[in-house]
Ligand binder design. Structure first.
Ligand code: TRP
Length: 326
């Protein structure tokens, strides 16, 4: 049987944090035997909220290194930059004819960004963000898209566009399905619902154990538990939510220790820090290897871009045929 395809991507934000890992990357790595994976560095999408491209190349490479270090296998899973495969922009234009402005204005992810980033005037490209994303997915005929929860509205728009294209011109595209992970969203160290670089509340995959400890020390906990001995409520504690993910084996013990007061917050945080460091240590080691072998990273990218382009050319030729263009 033909393997189904996965397409997923991230904007090049530089070094990744553990929220990226548990929300997406870990899942990508686990899926790469069962599916044919394609992974995209969404460098054009980055321009929707930041026009400054000074560091875009370095940030893309930094992110790619984390992908590789986390276990994405470049032989199985081509990785490429959106900007290097021209067919993304071409398909974006065609898809722009298949969706209304009104529909795009109703996109809840856009509304959230406008609120969180205090955007007064939305640029045309930002409104069109999901159209370009539909092009990203459908150019590779992605069947499934492993993403965080905030991206589900975008996948729905991709499905609508695929359906409209197929009805208008003939069947070319699958209707992609979102694939959510259990920990689709990891809260930040400050208690914010989202871990994010712009909020400064992250633990990076590249942080060393001392840094992880220092960051964990500042993490928010149940405000009513002030010192060891005070009973706490793990349900409202950020650190407890990390234990659930990173220290699943000890969760009930920690729950009990917190509630009775026998476990103090500092000890609890240090246990958690050490579990997180155990998880990211092999990633950090592999990262060091790639940092020393940048030529290898660049070759991996060039190879991914070549393989991505071959798929993209093939799909566009089907698109042109169906549309009687050319
Ligand atoms: N919008 C995604 C994000 O901000 C990144 C992205 C761009 C993407 N193109 C994609 C994700 C295609 C999945 C599929 O996280």
């Amino acid at each position: 049987m033909l393997k189904k395809r996965i397409l997923s991507g991230m904007r090049p934000t530089g070094k990744l944090h553990i929220g990226h890992y548990v929300g997406a990357l870990e899942n990508w790595v686990n899926l790469q035997d069962q599916y044919n994976n394609f992974h995209l560095i969404a460098d054009y999408h980055a321009l929707t909220t930041n026009p400054d491209t000074t560091n875009i190349y370095e940030d893309s490479i930094d992110m790619l290194i984390d992908w590789l270090a986390a276990g994405l296998d470049p032989k199985k899973s081509p990785m490429f930059r959106q900007s290097q495969i021209k067919q993304h922009t071409e398909l974006n234009l065609i898809f722009g004819m298949l969706i209304t402005v009104n529909r795009l204005e109703r996109n809840p992810t856009l509304k959230d960004q406008v609120r969180d980033l205090h955007i007064d005037n939305i640029i045309f490209g930002h409104l069109g963000y999901p159209v370009l994303q539909a092009a990203d997915i459908l150019l590779y005929k992605g069947d499934a898209v492993p993403v965080g929860e905030d991206q589900v509205p975008h996948i729905e728009i991709s499905r609508e566009i695929a359906r409209r294209f197929n009805n208008q011109y003939g069947n070319v595209f699958p209707e992609p399905e979102p694939m959510l992970t259990k920990f689709a969203r990891l809260p930040g160290l400050d208690g914010n619902a989202k871990m994010s670089k712009s909020l400064g509340n992250t633990i990076l995959l590249s942080d060393d154990p001392e840094t992880v400890k220092a960051k964990m020390k500042k993490a928010v906990t149940d405000p009513k538990k002030i010192r060891k001995g005070d009973p706490g409520n793990p349900e409202i504690c950020l650190v407890f939510s990390y234990h659930k993910k990173f220290n699943a084996g000890e969760v009930s013990e920690i729950d009990a220790g917190c509630r009775t007061g026998a476990l103090g917050c500092l000890d609890c945080k240090m246990k958690c820090a050490s579990k997180i460091s155990d998880l990211i240590e092999p990633i950090r080691d592999k990262r060091k290897y790639y940092e020393k072998n940048l030529d290898e990273v660049k070759d991996i990218l060039a190879d991914g871009e070549k393989r991505g382009r071959e798929e993209a050319v093939q799909t566009m030729s089907e698109v042109h045929d169906k549309m009687k263009l050319g």
